[in-house]
Each structure stands twice: as C-alpha cells, then as structure tokens.
Design a binder for this molecule. Sequence first.
Ligand code: ZN
Ligand code: ZN
Length: 357
Amino acid sequence: VSERAERLVGLLDGAGIDVMLLTNLVNVRYLTGYSGTNGLALVGPETRAFLTDFRYVEQAAEEVEASFERRRAAQDLLSGIEELLPQGELRLGFEDAHVPVRTYARLRELLPERIELVPVTGLVEKLRAVKDPAEVQRIRAASELADAAFERLLAAGLVGRSEREAALALEVAMRELGAQRPSFESIVAAGPHGALPHAQPRETLIEPGQLVVIDWGAQLDGYCSDCTRTVATGELAEDAREVYALVAAAQLAGVEGVRAGRGGREVDSVPRQLIADGGHGEHFGHGLGHGVGLEVHEAPRLAQRSEDTLEAGNMVTVEPGIYLPGVLGVRIEDLVLVTEGGCEILTTVPKALRVVT
Ligand code: ZN
Ligand code: ZN
C-alpha cells in the first residue's frame, strides 16, 4: 500500500492539481488500507492525511498506512479538510464521479477562495487497474474459493431445485468457505430465463434437459472474483449444443487475444466476429469483459466502446454470451491476469459442457 500514494502524486501534475481529495471509500481503502465506512484522504507531494470520525478512530489506527497523518474530525469530515491542506493558492482535485452535487456545494462553502476545486475523473481507478502481486494473490484466493463453492453446488445437483434455492446454496457455500460476502448477487437462470444477461433467480424449478447459466463471485479480503459457467441438466437439443460450442469457441478466442499492449476494443472484436459468423451477432449484446479488483466492475473494459489499452497486471474477465430470447442463454466467463505475452487464467472450473442432474 505504501507506494500507492506515491504513484498517485506522480499523476497530479498531469491532472492539473496540487492535492487530491479522495472521498470514494474504495479508493480511500486502496490508498490507505482503511476499510471502514466513513473516511476521506488527502494526497499531495507534501500531504498524506486521513480523516475519520470518532467511531472509526481505532480501526483507522490499526489499518491506515503509517505514512498518513491520521485525524479525527470534529463533526462532518468536510469541515476538517482545510486545516490539513498546505498554505497559499491551491488546486484541490475531487472525484467528479463520486461527489454528489450537495457535497460539492458544501465543500465550496467551507473552503476559502484560495482553494480552487477541480473535477478529476478516474485517477485512482487508473492506478487500481494494474494489480500488484499482493492483490493478484488475493484475487486468486477469492477465485479459488468461488470455484470450490461452485463444485459444492453441482455436487448437490440442480434438477428439482429452484433457481433461488440454488443461488442461495451457492452463496452459503461461499460464506462457509470463508468469503466475506458474494461479490455480487449470484445469477442462476435456467432455460429461457438464461436469455436475460442479468436474470434474477426465480422460484421456478430447474428442469431436466435445460441449460443453466450460473454467474457468481466471492469477495475475500476486500477483493472480488467473477465467473460464469453454463451447465446442462441432461440431454440437450442439437441447437442448444451448437450455441454452447460457439460461445466456448468465442471464449477461447477471447482468452487467446488478451495480452499487454492490445486495445480493449481489439480484444473484443475477434470473439464478437466469431459469434457473428456463427449467425448470432445480434444475440451478443454486452462487452467481452471488464476489470475486477476491489470492485467487481472496474477498469479496464473489453468492449467496442473501450478506449483502454491492456497492461500487464490488469485483471479482466472474458465472458462472451449468446442470448436467444424466449429460448436459452449461454455465457462462459473466466477471470484472467494480463501478462506481457498473453494472460494467465485464474478460474479453475472446467469449461467443457458439463451435465449435472
Ligand atoms: Zn460474472
Ligand atoms: Zn463479469
């Protein structure tokens, strides 16, 4: 954690600011180590300050990186900012994606005129996109835990259980195996319901001969995992097997395309073309993948609209899907670590079509 604030300072000039105010708690955690729910940080060449209220003083003392000056705010945190800033004219950056209009107005009211408020986009998010070895280790552990929970779910069978019950069993398994929580609400979607990319598990029972899309992840030590598998609950119709094979081929092509230096758009293009060539272009409506870390969706993005370029240390998903409205859905998602020469797949669950009854 200690060198992260240093790396942020290196970006301040380019963003046209002297000091950065961090109020997004995920970014605060990334920079300081603090995992509580009220706190803010200030980072500049000569400023390393962390502010919280009396409820979190002890937690802050334990967690916050030693290079940060730790202060307890009298009332609301914003009123404690000014005294931590250097003298004279100052450009103070704030996180424009995370500061509500009301907070901005309050800040402007509290700070003297010498301090200019400058909106800044995605500075810490840019740092967070490149994982250090300790972060990779944590994500790997979260991913392994999620894989083990999935095997537990499949071992108990799917047919005759409701989607909701299966999703709950998966989440219980993750918690039992040590996860803090699921990294998002698990998806279990059988048959036609699988055609909704963000399906909510229903009370409907899973039947034999269906494709079941299962998308889940565990959060461990703050870090998330994300994985999707589609399994069969018995003999499938020919067209369902064909769709599965096409998504599996696209997923493989997607993984093969991941490497440092490639554009997020470029990586998305190859599997997308493959699915289009297979006649399902309009049935793959979302991007190929997204970054994963302290949040389950973060930079960089693999999509046609992405302007990101992959770097070694990025952690991304590769998750093509085909969704046939009213019929079925197939998605296969791996979590991969971007390396100079390609990528390393963290997910260990097999991708060949599995029959689970
Ligand atoms: Zn997922
Ligand atoms: Zn995902």
